[in-house]
Design a protein around this ligand. Sequence first.
Ligand SMILES: Cc1cc2nc3c(=O)[nH]c(=O)nc-3n(C[C@H](O)[C@H](O)[C@H](O)COP(=O)(O)O)c2cc1C
Length: 185
Amino acid sequence: MKILVAITGASGALYAQRLLDNLDPTVHEIHVVMSHYAQQVIAHELPAGLRLPAGVQTHNLKSMNMPFASGSNPPDVMVVIPCTMGTLGRIAHGYSEDVLLRAADVVLKERRRLILVPRETPLSLVHVKNYELLLLAGATILPANPSFYAGAKTVTELADTVVARVLDHLGVPNKLAPRWAEEDE
Ligand SMILES: Cc1cc2nc3c(=O)[nH]c(=O)nc-3n(C[C@H](O)[C@H](O)[C@H](O)COP(=O)(O)O)c2cc1C
């Protein structure tokens, strides 16, 4: 699969890190693009910075010289993780002024999979209406809401309860977080 991981300036840079840690660039073609504010939040939340696995291809936000800027070369799936309300709103309304937004526009119009992992609370009606628009356009909205039933003992394990669901929706087999009633199966 060609997978585009887009990282924006919402809290939860760890979700992006854990997703990248669990995607194998020898199995999938992995591309990364970051918003300007993503870099600010990463600096704040990941003191060692974002670790990019070898083989991951990074792209300049402000250059349209990237395959996914065109409908002729879309990724199979794009994940925006974590996703700000700003980026979510811009995608919902078709803004395409940088390559992250344009790629999301391309993914929707070419009927590829777009998975958004928003992080915001509480939600306003503006946010909910943008969720509605994106669901109608075919996106998957997978909020960064960790689950507690698996007994996570660290922040990373808690983040992994979200990342495991992202991997499930990507179609990437994983045992990242215990599944409910797994021992009964
Ligand atoms: C430390 C930090 C945490 C933030 N957390 C969130 C958040 O959880 N959700 C959100 O929608 N915006 C959050 N923001 C605000 C966004 O970064 C801001 O709206 C920015 O313009 C979004 O730009 P982008 O969508 O291009 O990344 C945060 C900003 C900072 C500095």
